[in-house]
Design a protein around this ligand. Structure first.
Ligand SMILES: Nc1ncnc2c1ncn2[C@@H]1O[C@H](COP(=O)(O)OP(=O)(O)OP(=O)(O)O)[C@@H](O)[C@H]1O
Ligand SMILES: [Mg+2]
Length: 361
C-alpha cells in the first residue's frame, strides 16, 4: 500500500473495500441485522427532525381523534436518516399493522393490485424507494390513494375489461431518497410530506448514547461526541461507527469508550475527525498535491487516484461538496480553503489560476 506524508493512501480500493466503506450511508448486511434492535419505537424516542416530528405528531393525533385512517405520508431524505424507522413509528402510533414493500419489487401493476387488495382497514403500506416503481403500477397507485379503488384489467387487446375493486382505507407511507424524481401527480396525492435533514452532531450524540444503552456499552460524553463528529450527519453511520469503536474498546480498554479510545479506534478504521475515509482523503489529497487545488477535470482526478470516474463522482464527491471541501465548477473540480486546512497543507502563495473568481485573490 502506498502512503504519502499526509497519510493519504494513493493505492486502489477494491470493490469489496468500496462496498464495506464504514462511512457509506447505505445499509450493509450487518446493519440490517442490528438495525431492528436499534430503531426507536415511538415519536418520543425518535431523535431530532423536530419539524417533521411535530407535524407528523399533529397529523397522527388528529386522525386518531377522528377515528380515521391517517393521510398518506411521503418521507424524503438521504439514506440512513430514519425513513424506514419513521414509517414503523407511524404504524405503531396508529396501532395499525404495517406491510413493507418497495418500488423495485413492484414491476407489474398486478403485483401492486395483489398487495392493495389484501390490505386490512387502517393498515400502513410502506413503499420504500417509491421513485423506482414501474409506470403502470404508479398509475394504479394514483387511483388507490385517492379513491381507495383500483381497476384490475382482465384479458388483453379489444376484449380486455376493467374490473373495479374497492379497497379498505389504508395509509400509504412512501419513502424516497430522490423526491425530485417523483412525478407531480404522485407527489400531490400525499397529505403530508416530511423532508428529513442531516442530523446535528449533538443529535447524533443522543443517538449514540441511546444505542450504547441498548447495546450495553459504556461510553462517556466526550466519547459519544468524538463518534458523532465523524458520522456525517447520519444515524446509520453513527450506529455503525459505535459498533466498530466498541470492538476496539473491548480488545484494548475493557469495553469502556472515552474520547481517546474513540479517536484511536477510528484512526485504525481510517475515518478521520471530519468523517472522511481513505477514498475521500485520496481524492482530496490528489486534488491539492497533484493539481494545486484545481480546477481539474473529474476524469483526470479519477485517474490520479486510480478509481473509476463514477466512484469518485458518486461515492466520494457528494460528501466533500456537502462539507464545503470541494466545489464543482464549469472548469473542473476545485478545492476550497477548508480543504487545504483539513489536510494540513498550505495553499500556493499566488493563488491558482482560475480560482480567483471563486474565492478571491
Ligand atoms: N431519529 C433517529 N433516532 C434514533 N435512531 C435513528 C434515527 N433515525 C435513524 N436512526 C437509526 O439509523 C438506522 C437507519 O435508519 P433507517 O433504516 O430508518 O434509515 P432510512 O432513511 O430508511 O435509510 P435508507 O434510505 O437506506 O432506507 C436505524 O438503525 C435507526 O435505528
Ligand atoms: Mg429505509
Amino acid at each position: 500500500m502506498n502512503w504519502d506524508e499526509t497519510g493519504t493512501d494513493t493505492g486502489d480500493l477494491t470493490d469489496e473495500q468500496l462496498d464495506d466503506r464504514l462511512v457509506d450511508a447505505g445499509a450493509d448486511g450487518e446493519d440490517t441485522a442490528v438495525e431492528a434492535a436499534l430503531r426507536p419505537k415511538d415519536l418520543h424516542e425518535f431523535v431530532g427532525q423536530e419539524k417533521v416530528r411535530e407535524q407528523l405528531d399533529l397529523v397522527l393525533k388528529a386522525a386518531r381523534a377522528r377515528g380515521a385512517t391517517a393521510d398518506h405520508v411521503l418521507l424524503s431524505g438521504a439514506p440512513g436518516l430514519g425513513k424506514t424507522t419513521l414509517s414503523m413509528i407511524i404504524a405503531a402510533e396508529m396501532g395499525a399493522p404495517i406491510r413493507i414493500t418497495s418500488g423495485p419489487a413492484i414491476q407489474h401493476a398486478g403485483d401492486l393490485a395483489a398487495i392493495l387488495s389484501s390490505l386490512q382497514e387502517g393498515e400502513v403500506l410502506f413503499l420504500d424507494e417509491i421513485h423506482r416503481m414501474s409506470r403502470p403500477a404508479e398509475e394504479m397507485l394514483y387511483m388507490a390513494m385517492e379513491d381507495f379503488r383500483v381497476d384490475v384489467i382482465v384479458g388483453k387487446g379489444p376484449g380486455a375489461t376493467a374490473i373495479p375493486l374497492e379497497l379498505p382505507p389504508f395509509t400509504l407511507v412512501g419513502a424516497t431518497t430522490r423526491a425530485g424524481l417523483l412525478p407531480p401527480p404522485l407527489r400531490d396525492r400525499f397529505g403530508f410530506t416530511g423532508h428529513m435533514e442531516f442530523y446535528a452532531p449533538t443529535e447524533l450524540e443522543r443517538v449514540i448514547h441511546r444505542s450504547a444503552g441498548l447495546l450495553d456499552v459504556a461510553i462517556d460524553t466526550a466519547g459519544a461526541a468524538e463518534i458523532a463528529g465523524r458520522s456525517r450527519g447520519t444515524p446509520r453511520i453513527a450506529n455503525r461507527l459505535l459498533r466498530r469503536v466498541r470492538d476496539y474498546a473491548q480488545v484494548k480498554a475493557e469495553g469502556r469508550i472515552d474520547r481517546d479510545i474513540a479517536a484511536a479506534a477510528l484512526r485504525v478504521y481510517e475515518v478521520d475527525a471530519r468523517g472522511l475515509d481513505r477514498l475521500d482523503r485520496a481524492v482530496l489529497g490528489a486534488l491539492l498535491k497533484l493539481f494545486g487545488g484545481g480546477p481539474v477535470g473529474i476524469s483526470t482526478l479519477a485517474v490520479a487516484v486510480g478509481e473509476e470516474r463514477e466512484t469518485v463522482e458518486e461515492v466520494a464527491e457528494p460528501f466533500l461538496v456537502r462539507e464545503g471541501l470541494l466545489a464543482r465548477t464549469p472548469r473542473g473540480r476545485v478545492a476550497t480553503p477548508a480543504a487545504w486546512a483539513h489536510l494540513g497543507l498550505v495553499p500556493p502563495q499566488h493563488g491558482v489560476k482560475g480560482q480567483q473568481g471563486l474565492f478571491g485573490a
